[in-house]
Design a protein around this ligand. Structure first.
Ligand SMILES: C[S@@+](CC[C@H](N)C(=O)[O-])C[C@H]1O[C@@H](n2cnc3c(N)ncnc32)[C@H](O)[C@@H]1O
Length: 261
């Protein structure tokens, strides 16, 4: 299995917390979008790069005992803790592994495509694995909103700018979200529907971004766009319940499309 360019350490215990905090931010959007698609009893679903498994649990509940949910990831420790008879966990590398032909009514992936060297090849593979009429939901960030905050704060803007620079230096497209509608159409999907969502918050209310910044502290400093003191100042804001700084955070672009029947 070829090593993939996932930039976080999947084996590290802190990764589980990071994934759960991130899921807490985005699950309500993802669940709503899956509900709009109409996921229901008896559906066969695949979640790629399922991480902590919050969406897998939701899907398993929705499809019921007559449905089936396959959950894949490079690291499956947390997925294996899910106790549901309709869930099957597979250690699987999406860029190199195969998925089969016309198997799933729904395929879902969030914040996974960005880590793949050839996004279009992955999407083509996912579309092949859908049954005719089946749906794909893909969600990825557009980081343009990361430095946005109120009141204006140069330190936060520097951290946001350094984060985008770090991702791009790592070879990731920090603005993949905006490209998704085009990628899904090129993959042959129809009824492509995109929505872009952000959740601006006071920073003490959003531990997910704190954890993220702490984890990439050194690479952020290495960009030369932010100093250790500025990072410490931002972390202190996260830890101060009275901090009034509202940050926009990344925008999630949620795009669904259907394989022609
Ligand atoms: C940012 S996390 C998102 C987790 C989950 N989808 C969510 O949104 O809560 C990315 C996940 O994709 C997995 N991943 C990254 N590259 C992968 C690959 N090439 N094949 C399968 N899974 C991969 C990682 O192990 C990680 O669990």
């Amino acid at each position: 299995m070829a090593a993939q360019r996932y930039i976080f350490n999947t084996a590290e215990a802190g990764e589980h917390r990071r994934l759960l905090e991130q899921a807490q931010v985005w699950d309500r959007l993802t669940f709503r979008r899956l509900g709009e698609i109409g996921v229901g009893e008896g559906w066969r679903c695949l979640e790629v790069g399922a991480g902590s498994g919050t969406v897998v649990r939701w899907l398993a509940d929705r499809v019921g005992p007559t449905g089936h949910v396959v959950a894949t990831d490079l690291e499956t420790t947390w997925l294996r803790a899910i106790e549901a008879s309709n869930v099957e966990v597979r250690e699987h590398e999406i860029s190199t592994g195969s998925l089969g032909d016309s198997v799933y009514d729904l395929i879902n992936l969030r914040l996974v495509l960005v880590h793949q060297p050839d996004e279009q090849a992955v999407l083509d593979k996912l579309v092949k694995a859908l049954v005719p009429g089946g749906s794909l939901l893909v969600e990825e960030y557009d980081m343009r909103t990361l430095p946005a905050c109120s009141p204006p704060d140069d330190t936060w803007r520097s951290v946001g700018g350094a984060s985008v620079e770090f991702l791009e230096k790592s070879g990731l497209d920090a603005h993949l979200g905006i490209r998704l509608p085009g990628l899904l159409e090129t993959a042959g999907l129809v009824d492509v529907d995109a929505e872009a969502v952000g959740f601006p918050r006071r920073i003490p209310e959003i531990p997910a971004w704190r954890t993220q910044i702490v984890e990439i502290r050194e690479p952020l400093i290495a960009t030369g766009l932010v100093t250790p003191e500025q990072i410490d100042e931002v972390i202190a804001g996260f830890d101060d319940e009275s901090c009034r700084l509202v940050v926009h955070g990344p925008t999630m672009v949620s795009v669904r499309g259907r394989k022609p029947a």
